[in-house]
Design a protein around this ligand. Structure first.
Ligand code: CA
Length: 531
């Protein structure tokens, strides 16, 4: 028989071609996939960002693609775009806030009048600290000038804060990106009848000597901040830290190698700072086995309420874990001996930092794309945290909740990955890293289950969706599995890069896309599988 009429099939189509009748697009690897819509891509952008690019696209190229997507969302429905940005940023679902600040800046510059107003009204919800505000003004200048609405929004950012919070923002986040509070106040001109607030504004715009005099009740944080500049011993610095609640940013660097100073800082240290400074505090011997400081930190890391309130993202914990456990920094000469219970506490905090998940008691196949392309780029700009390694950590979250699961890796072949939530996360990530190469065939998890007659309720595939090497599309392989095995199995695609591709057929209600490292993803997955 001649092959002329063989190969054009709706049931088995090479990944190098689209499925007849389905609306598919060519992915970056030359295979064909479905395209997610702009709103789903907006979510991927807001959560994953584009730092570090991908295997297929430079950071610049993928950033432009995503910015174009944001622009289309703004044109389609600016208010909805702003609301989505606010929701994802304000609930702490994204590891980094920069994509949200950038997208909000686009809304404030490129939207229609209502959208621009809505974006600027919501500025304090997205720009929650001084550094965010500095980033925002840098971004917004790429899309508009300083009209009255923008300067009003910045003015309101300052005016709506209590005097104490204002003082905190001013001395903790002094400047960034070439912007300082002084610059912004000169553009925004906030005015007030409140003498204390007025004093703070003058403190920001003029030198302290110009405002020192008078009988104003100065915010204590500023009093402490000015006093600690003049101390001549670490002991006095530590005293002022406790007395005025000063943070690390407010302390002259010459005192930042003293254990007593760090002990004082630790008393009221914000959780984000605590997680970031574990290495430093261990290096100066404040954190050592059996110490009070170590015990305090371990207890805080196990405190669900504090983790949630501080909006600690699992990626921040993974990043800290990775560095802390290795005992030396990525750059520089700082070394330390990790306290093993702190490593354990970070491991536990990683699971706690996702939204709580109800177990479904279904049978889960957790399939990690370990092909070569997953080894490039980073999640949220964390050095070394590739999509492949991050997938391993993410899969453990479901494995920890569920009873019936199997974790596998695939490229152009099936690989068993001996990882489990009973292991340290770092060990699991190492297994993924060591098995990371090969071509991509995202149909393999279904084909493997079919061939071996394994009963699966849900195939969860962690991937960049750049499938191309297979003879059958993943959704066709799933359909075949459902028919042959007789289980109405579902497919969840956990997207690990901010592209618009997916292997999930949007017209099949049994398939769904979620964004990798969305803190809400595990619960969304559980709901989808349970109902
Ligand atoms: Ca690949």
């Amino acid at each position: 028989m001649k092959k002329t009429y063989i190969g054009y099939s709706t049931r088995k189509t090479s990944q190098a071609e689209g499925i007849p009748g389905k609306n598919m697009v060519e992915n970056s690897a030359g295979g064909f996939a479905f395209a997610i819509d702009d709103w789903a891509r907006l979510d991927r952008f807001l959560i994953l960002g584009t730092e570090g690019g991908t295997y297929y696209a430079s950071e610049r190229k993928i950033t432009i693609e995503n910015a174009e997507c944001v622009r289309r969302c703004i044109a389609a429905d600016g208010i909805k775009t702003v609301d989505r940005i606010v929701e994802i940023s304000d609930t702490g679902r994204a590891p980094k806030n920069d994509p949200a600040l950038f997208a909000l800046a686009m809304c404030a510059g490129l939207g229609d009048e209502k959208t621009r107003k809505h974006a600027l009204d919501n500025l304090p919800k997205v720009a929650r600290i001084g550094t965010h505000l500095f980033h925002f003004v840098t971004y917004v200048e790429q899309f508009r000038g300083w009209g009255r609405s923008l300067s009003n929004a910045v003015k309101n950012w300052y005016q709506e804060k209590s005097v104490d919070d204002l003082a905190y923002q001013v001395v903790k986040y002094q400047s960034r990106d070439g912007w300082s509070h002084r610059d912004l106040l000169r553009l925004a001109h906030p005015k007030t009848d409140d003498p204390q607030r007025n004093w703070v504004y003058k403190y920001i715009t003029d030198s302290l000597s110009a405002v020192e005099k008078g009988d104003i009740d100065q915010p204590s944080l500023i009093v402490g901040f000015e006093a600690v500049k003049r101390v001549d011993s670490a002991k006095k610095a530590a005293y002022l830290i406790k007395e005025y609640g000063l943070t690390r940013e407010m302390i002259p660097t010459e005192w930042l190698n003293d254990p007593g100073v760090w002990e004082a800082l630790l008393e009221k240290m914000p959780m984000t700072a605590m997680i970031r400074n574990l290495a430093k505090m261990t290096n100066i011997s404040l954190l050592k086995p059996m110490s009070n400081a170590a015990r305090k930190i371990i207890s805080e890391l196990n405190n669900l309420e504090r983790l949630k309130k501080a909006r600690i993202h699992p990626i921040a914990i993974l990043s800290a874990l990775k560095i802390y456990q290795q005992g030396h920094g990525e750059r520089g000469s700082l070394t330390w001996e990790p306290v093993i219970q702190i490593v354990d506490a970070l491991d536990n905090a990683f699971y706690l930092s996702f939204d709580a998940v109800d177990p479904t008691n279904k049978r889960w196949l957790l399939a990690l794309d370990v092909s070569g392309s997953m080894s490039m780029g980073t999640i949220a700009g964390v050095p070394g945290l590739t999509p492949c390694i991050a997938s391993a950590a993410m899969s453990l979250v479901t494995a920890k909740t569920e009873k019936n699961w199997h974790i596998m890796g695939f490229s152009h072949e099936f690989k068993s990955l001996p990882i489990s939530p009973r292991q340290r996360i770092e060990d699991a990530m190492r297994v993924a890293r060591d098995n990371n190469f090969g071509n991509t065939d995202c149909a393999l998890p279904m084909l493997w289950a079919l061939k071996n007659n394994v009963e699966i309720d849900v195939f969860t595939i962690y991937t960049d969706n750049e499938t191309w090497a297979g003879h059958i599309h993943p959704c066709q392989a799933l359909e075949k599995y459902r028919q042959v095995v007789g289980i109405p199995a579902k497919l969840i695609v956990v997207g690990m890069t901010a592209t618009n591709f997916s292997i999930a057929d949007p017209n099949d209600a049994g398939m769904m896309d979620v964004v990798g490292f969305d803190t809400a993803a595990p619960q969304v997955m559980s709901d989808f599988v349970a109902h």
